[in-house]
Design a protein around this ligand. Sequence first.
Ligand SMILES: [Zn+2]
Length: 276
Amino acid sequence: MIDIPTQSIEVTCPSGLRGVVRKLTGKEAAILADRSLSRQGTLVDEILRRVWISTVEAEPYPFKVEQPIPWSKVLIGDRDFVFLQTRIVTHGVEYSFKIRCDDCGDSFSWDIDLSKLPVQSLEGENLERFKDGNVFEGVLPSGRGFKFRLARGEDAARVLRSMREQRKGRRDKHGERMKPNPLIESVLMRLIEIEDVGNKPSDRREFIESMGLDEIASTLDEMDRVDCGVNMTIAVCCPSCENEFDVNLPFDENFLLPRVRRKSVGSTETETATTD
Ligand SMILES: [Zn+2]
């Protein structure tokens, strides 16, 4: 038994990694407000490093329980889960967020219980494969085989860098500026190789970009099926027009901030201006 300080909880991540997460304190407020950390994609790492106060069980990772967790090596599913638990231990399970209806354009609030979000665990053969080098096999809709890994923090960081580069002006063969596509980046982030396709990252990118969007989506589904994590897709219904649609839980620095109306001198309160 370890001594758990008050205002912290023991959590078991989707992979089985277990440890103690503490509440956010005023010290973290500056980190959450640091735009450069959030732009670099290192905000989550910084938060995880601070709130994870001890490891109870490092399996399935080869980490030592007495050493700090190298969060860049941790699966996205586990990182998201700890981020979510940080919100829960700090502000409770209730979460309210604003949505704009994609049909009538009205804004409304939606309340959810964060402890009820479905969590997919890493189990059985998938767990063994992860421990045994993290190499998974799949088949593209065209019948071509491929190998992929479950994404870790460092894979997501690489994608963020790549998307930033693309926004800066990567151009295609015809000199057109290319916009990063999150769907394609999510597939490329996990791809190790594709049967009979060259071994360079640019070969894989070219191949995936030439696939149909439906095929890319189904490839991503195939990768997600074996992965672990929190399902953050929430079905909502607009109170004005009864339009039902899915939104992704907004998972950024604001997610960890208390939900209060901040009125400070000089702030532009667009929210109150439009809703009251
Ligand atoms: Zn509506």
